[in-house]
Design a protein around this ligand. Structure first.
Ligand code: ADP
Length: 328
C-alpha cells in the first residue's frame, strides 16, 4: 500500500460500549501488520489536547478482546468543541509525529473528527461504538449486540419472578431517541408490549392490550419501555397510569441503567470490531479520510462522516409487526 502515513493514533470517545477494546486491539495489530507505528490516545479528545499518548505494539493489546469498557478510557471534552482546543490537539499530534487517527465513538465524536479534518486536513476514520445502534451508514454499531444479550438475560430473570407473583413489570431500557434496543430485546425476550420513541402505541391501547393479556390467562406480563418512548411518560408514570386503570395488576418497575453498557462483548461484537479495525487502518493507508466504517449485508462499507452524523436510522417496521403477531 502506498502511503505517507507512518504513525496512527487511536482513541475512544464519548459513551463507552462493549467491543471498543476489541476495536483498539484490531487497530493496533493492523498497524503492526503493515509495519507502521500506533499510538494510544487516552481519555478521548481530552487526552489528545493534553498529549496523553502511549505507543502501542501488537503485544500491548494482549487479552483485551474479551473485556468491556475501554482500556484507553473515554471522556467528554468541552475544549475540543473550541478552535483553541482543537489547535492544542493538532500541536500535540504533530509533536508526537501522528499522521492520522482512528476514533471509536458515536456521532458527537465523529462531529469532532470531521471538524478537525476540515480545519487541518488531518486524515481521520471513525468506527461506530455505541450500544444504541443509532448511527446512519451501518446496520450494527459496536456494543449493540452485547447490550441486547445483556437485556434479554436480565428480562428472562425478571420474568421468573414476575410469573411467580402474577406481576406486571415495566422494564426501562436505554434509548432516548431510538428504540432499537427496546424493539429487538423485546422480541427476543417475548415482551407483551414494547414502547419506543418512533411509534405512539397510545396509553389506551396499552391498557386494552394488558387487559386482553390477563383475560387470555397469561400469568405475567413484561412491557419494555425505551427511555424516550413516545407516550411522553416515564416508567414510573406508566406504572401509576396502569395501576389506576387496571387495578387487577400488581405492577413493578425495573430500570436497567448502565449495566446495559458493560460486560464482556459478544462474539458478534468482537468479530465486527476486528473487521472494522482492519478496514479503518487500511482505509487510512489507502489515502481515504473523513469516513466511517460500517457494515451492510455483511460487507464493510465506508460512509462520509458528514452523512453518518446527519442521517437517521430507521426502526424496523417488519420487526414491529413480528412483535405484534407474537403477542397474540
Ligand atoms: P458520542 O461520541 O458518544 O456521541 P459525545 O456527543 O459526548 O459522545 O461526543 C464526544 C466528544 O466529541 C465530545 O465530548 C467532544 O469532545 C467531541 N465533540 C462533539 N461534538 C463536537 C463538535 N460539534 N465539535 C467538536 N467536537 C465535538
Amino acid at each position: 500500500m502506498s502511503t505517507k502515513i507512518q504513525k496512527i493514533g487511536v482513541l475512544t470517545s464519548g459513551g463507552d460500549s462493549p467491543g471498543m477494546n476489541a476495536a483498539i486491539r484490531s487497530v493496533v495489530r493492523t498497524c503492526a501488520y503493515h509495519k507502521i507505528n500506533c499510538v494510544g490516545i487516552y481519555r478521548g479528545y481530552q487526552g489528545m489536547i493534553e498529549g496523553d499518548f502511549k505507543p502501542m505494539d501488537a503485544r500491548s493489546v494482549n487479552n483485551i478482546i474479551n473485556k468491556g469498557g475501554t482500556v484507553l478510557k473515554s471522556a467528554r471534552c468541552m475544549d475540543f468543541r473550541t478552535k483553541e482546543g482543537r489547535s492544542a490537539a493538532h500541536k500535540q499530534l504533530k509533536a508526537e509525529g501522528i499522521d492520522a487517527f482512528v476514533v471509536i465513538g458515536g456521532d458527537g465524536s465523529f462531529t469532532g473528527a470531521m471538524v478537525f479534518n476540515q480545519e487541518y486536513d488531518f486524515p481521520v476514520i471513525g468506527i461506530p461504538g455505541t450500544i444504541d445502534n443509532d448511527i446512519f451508514g451501518t446496520t450494527f454499531t459496536l456494543g449493540f449486540d452485547t447490550a441486547l444479550n445483556t437485556v434479554v438475560e436480565v428480562i428472562d430473570k425478571i420474568r421468573d419472578t414476575a410469573s411467580s407473583h402474577n406481576r406486571l413489570f415495566f422494564v426501562e431500557v436505554m434509548g432516548r431517541d431510538v428504540g432499537h434496543i427496546a424493539l429487538n430485546a423485546g422480541v427476543g425476550a417475548g415482551a407483551e408490549e414494547i414502547l419506543i420513541p418512533e411509534e405512539d402505541l397510545g396509553l389506551e391501547r396499552l391498557v386494552e392490550s394488558l387487559k386482553r393479556s390477563k383475560e387470555s390467562g397469561k400469568s405475567s406480563s413484561i412491557v419494555i419501555v425505551a427511555e424516550g418512548d413516545k407516550t411522553g411518560k416515564n416508567v414510573f408514570e406508566l406504572k401509576e397510569y396502569v395501576e389506576k386503570h387496571l387495578p387487577i395488576y400488581d405492577v413493578r418497575v425495573s430500570v436497567l441503567g448502565h449495566m446495559q453498557r458493560g460486560g464482556s462483548p459478544s462474539c458478534y461484537d468482537r468479530v465486527l470490531a476486528s473487521r472494522m479495525g482492519v478496514k479503518a487502518v487500511e482505509a487510512l493507508l489507502e489515502g481515504k479520510t473523513s469516513l466511517m466504517v460500517g457494515i451492510q449485508d455483511n460487507q464493510l462499507i465506508l460512509t462520509p462522516l458528514e452523512m453518518a452524523i446527519k442521517g437517521h436510522t430507521k426502526i424496523d417496521k417488519e420487526l414491529i409487526r413480528v412483535s405484534d403477531i407474537m403477542t397474540t
